[in-house]
Design a binder for this molecule. Structure first.
Ligand code: AMP
Length: 416
């Protein structure tokens, strides 16, 4: 089955075409055929397209909305220019899988999209006002462009965390607010945490129920998750992705009273406070330079920039704090920590700085394995005799979305 995977953001669409079936999944040999991205939808869009094994194509074109973006993608996929052998007409695309950010309490697994499901995703808009409408635009565009007969599946970023107990997902707020408005921790990056748990299980030859790890997705957005017996039982992102770890531009945990204080001191309204916390904080806010970890590391090395170092140190300390909290919460029954995301996959130095001091809970990094692990490599990066181990698994959310789509369409049980 050739599956189009769509990830619609507020002004962008990322896509992949993945060929998969149950046999290919069993052999772990499903294949990506193409990928790409359209950014700045609504004006002159920047477009990157790449068929597997071919060079990247860069374009710019006026793209007015998500429908036009998906139309552009579909035309390119079936064109002679893309050269994708397996897809020559729209009928060679057999299903579409969508990354949907928020499934609220309604969706705990991936589902085939019908009118009721669309209504359900609409009901979650309040919880993700920027993200869910974009996902819905993508679903409607596909109905319009490919017709109702092509099956579509929604894969939710929150779903993997739906196994958290109430003691993990409730905030210390009056309980009626949870009942009335469903204010609680939902967690995000769920498909990524699920993917690394799945790869970990495969690579360490474990059963799902034997997976006891702390997952660290460290990219521009960052989250930690505690995975016990193969299920998410706690995670650092909360009601929104703002909570938890320090991120590129998000603050992570802050004392909520600071907002009222800032309102009085600087006259900031809710919109301005939201921008401050989500767009002007984190690595960017502390360094005053950039949200990009690579650039911060360069500033530190080349110019000994004090605030770059401060931002990096706060970032690493916060990750360490969550590792400690989850390790204790799991009663020490954690076999490994697993890094993923742009920073987690590619930066030996940040992994080393995070793990400094974790020898107190039995983690000894293997320096040469750590240094050698970047740019897409999977590896164990702790020593053979380390009591607590560490791994790097590059995330692949699109692959899980394609597999979920196939399984839902074929009504086959999901193994993870
Ligand atoms: P993501 O959101 O997963 O794409 O991750 C983006 C983040 O990964 C940015 O902060 C990048 O600077 C960071 N990143 C990517 N490659 C490296 C690297 N080699 N060293 C440090 N950070 C990196």
């Amino acid at each position: 089955m050739n599956i189009l995977v769509l990830n619609c953001g507020s002004s962008s669409v990322k896509f992949q075409v993945i060929a998969t079936d149950l046999e290919l999944i069993a052999q772990n040999s499903d294949k990506r055929l193409a990928r790409g991205m359209l950014e700045r939808i609504g004006s002159q869009a920047l477009i990157t397209l790449q068929a597997e094994g071919s060079a990247k194509i860069k374009r710019a074109a006026p793209i007015k909305d998500h429908r036009a973006a998906i139309d552009f993608i579909l035309r390119w996929i079936i064109s002679a220019e893309s050269g994708i052998d397996a897809v020559n007409s729209l009928s060679d695309l057999h299903a579409v899988g969508h990354r949907i950010v928020h499934g609220g309490e309604k969706f705990s697994k991936s589902v085939r999209i019908d009118l009721d499901i669309i209504t359900g995703i609409e009901d979650c808009i309040e919880l993700a006002p920027l993200h869910n409408p974009a996902g819905l635009r993508g679903i409607r565009a596909v109905i319009d462009l490919l017709g109702m007969a092509v099956p579509q599946v929604a894969v939710f970023d929150t779903a993997f965390h739906s196994t958290m107990p109430d003691t993990a997902y409730l905030y210390g707020l009056p309980y009626p607010l949870y009942r009335r408005y469903k204010i609680r921790r939902y967690g995000f990056h769920g498909t990524s945490h699920r993917y690394i748990a799945y790869r970990y299980r495969q690579q360490t030859s474990r059963e799902k129920g034997d997976v006891n790890i702390i997952g660290l997705h460290l990219g521009n957005g960052c989250s930690a998750s505690l995975i016990k017996n193969g299920e998410s039982v706690d995670t650092s992102m909360g009601f929104t992705p703002l909570d938890g770890l320090l991120m590129g531009t998000r603050s992570g945990d802050v004392d909520a009273s600071i907002l009222e204080y800032l309102h009085h001191k600087e006259g900031l309204d809710f919109g301005a406070l939201d921008t401050l916390l989500n767009k002007r904080s984190g690595l960017l806010g502390i360094s005053g330079l950039t949200n990009d970890m690579r650039e911060l590391l360069e500033e530190e090395a080349e110019n000994q920039d004090r605030r770059a170092t401060l931002a990096i140190d706060i970032f690493c300390r916060r990750v360490r704090k969550y590792i400690g909290a989850y390790y204790v919460e799991a009663g020490g029954k954690i076999d490994d920590i697993v890094f993923t995301g742009g920073i987690g996959e590619n930066s030996p130095v940040i992994r080393e700085r995070i793990c400094r001091g974790l020898d107190s809970i039995g983690l000894t990094l293997d320096d040469s394995a750590n240094q050698a692990t970047h740019t897409g490599r999977e590896n164990k990066i702790s020593t053979a005799d380390s009591k607590l181990g560490a791994y790097v698994f590059p995330t692949n959310e699109e692959l899980l979305i394609a597999r979920d789509t196939l399984r839902v369409v074929e009504d086959a049980p999901r193994r993870w």
